[in-house]
Design a protein around this ligand. Structure first.
Ligand SMILES: Cc1ncc(COP(=O)(O)O)c(C=O)c1O
Length: 410
């Protein structure tokens, strides 16, 4: 009897351990459990707005001043709320470490200025967020860092462009705005340069680039991770060695995240799973509906079978993401394309993505306006290109809105 009881207890313990291990493998659960301090009983994240903390002694202050993990010296160096956000992101990305920045662009700038020097070479794809292209063109090249832009969707293009001086390969997948997909396994095989993937358009739950063997994953957490259009925040995840190295440039550039923004990032993480589930399902339904509209020239969405990299997207992403892109047929006839933005009623004209409201924008006039005509062509952007970020409304209401807007511009 005693023996049976013990066996039962052991097997119950095993079951519990198994359940626990199983639970911990689901990212939807980690979205809720990550970034919590062991002694923290507050359910919501705790905001430490402090910019400075009292130091225990001069010797401790001395040690803290050069410790990239220190959170209680001075907010530009580190802060407990920022640290909680970083720990949550590292857990979600499957990374040794994450570092939070004042914006996605702050992460891009720190990465390039922190890792590259005059004489170095960067390989970047042509299809990137335009702010990143501008940084590479106007800042990196001015500092004597050579940049080669290549077609990221073309197999073998990255490896071909790499030379002995290549320090960094900069990738964005899915790429803004036409949603081309870069093969992450192929990228990971390139030895030597540091490979960074801007995964802003596919947050954790949709894509975790480090799983494929690349070095760094980058997000503008201003978008889906924050998720409410109220946080300006960036994050890089990867090895502790790389992220500790980037701490000094980040402190000196003033690029580390503010505590209030990291707090909003943590709040956003808790609902990221359900938001993405709804937004991605809506994106797929709207994309399929657009495919059947006579005024639509083409639709790009990674989960559409017609997407040229549909199979690759299925391998790398759990869904197609919350962004779609389509081109209006003959956009200049009766100023059709610009009228579309006047005619939508529920969807709002705004240049962001990942929030609760469905947003539309014309990349040629807004997000990518700084590109030359040639660069726009390479990025697949025309005057009729419409980028849609699906929000949390009922998708049938969004479809009805698009239907009336497309009918109005015929
Ligand atoms: C793919 C991508 N990366 C980086 C950024 C820059 O992020 P932030 O606006 O937070 O600086 C953006 C902004 O739109 C983006 O879309």
């Amino acid at each position: 009897m005693e023996k049976n009881k013990k066996e039962k207890t052991d097997s119950q313990a095993d079951t519990q351990a198994h359940i626990q291990a199983h639970i911990q493998t689901h990212i939807q659960t980690r979205l809720i459990t990550s970034g919590r301090g062991e002694d923290e009983s507050s359910l919501p994240p705790v905001l430490y707005p402090a910019t400075a903390f009292e130091n225990p002694s001069l010797a401790e202050a001395n040690r803290m001043s050069s410790d990239p993990n220190e959170t209680r010296l001075y907010a530009r160096y580190g802060n407990p709320t920022v640290d909680a956000f970083q720990k949550a992101m590292a857990e979600l990305e499957g990374a040794e470490k994450s570092r939070a920045f004042s914006s996605g662009s702050g992460a891009v700038a720190t990465l390039i200025l922190g890792l590259c020097e005059t004489g170095d070479h960067i390989v970047a794809q042509s299809q990137l967020y335009a702010g990143t292209v501008s940084f590479l063109r106007f800042v990196a090249e001015r500092l004597g860092i050579e940049v080669s832009f290549i077609d990221g969707m073309s197999s073998g293009a990255f490896v071909e462009a790499v030379n002995k001086k290549t320090r960094l390969i900069f990738v964005e997948t899915p790429a803004n705005p036409q949603l081309g997909i870069v093969d992450l396994s192929e990228l990971a095989e390139i030895k030597g340069p540091i490979k960074v993937v801007d995964s802003t358009l596919a947050p954790p739950v949709v894509q975790t680039p480090l799983k494929f063997g690349v070095d760094l994953s980058l997000h503008s957490a201003t978008k889906s991770i924050g998720g409410q259009n109220d946080a300006t925040l960036g994050v890089l995840s990867g090895s502790a060695e790389l992220l500790n190295w980037l701490w000094t440039p980040s402190v000196l550039l003033g690029a580390n995240a503010a505590p209030s923004e990291a707090y909003k990032g943590l709040v956003g993480i808790r609902t990221l799973g359900v938001r993405q589930e709804r937004q991605c399902a809506s994106a797929l339904k709207l994309a399929k509906w657009l495919e059947g509209n006579s005024l639509v020239e083409s639709v790009s969405y990674p989960s559409l079978e017609a997407h040229p990299q549909y199979e690759l997207a299925k391998k790398q992403m759990s869904s197609g993401g919350s962004l779609i892109c389509f081109d209006i047929k003959d956009p200049e006839i009766n100023s059709r394309a610009s009228k579309f933005f006047d005619c939508v009623k529920l969807a709002k004209l705004a240049s962001s993505l990942g929030g609760p409201e469905t947003l539309v924008t014309g990349p040629a006039f807004t997000t990518h306006v700084d590109l030359t005509e040639e660069e726009m062509k390479e990025a697949g952007i025309s005057k009729g290109t419409v980028r849609v970020s699906l929000g949390l409304e009922h998708v049938d209401d969004i479809i009805a809105d698009f239907e009336q807007a497309l009918s109005a511009i015929k």
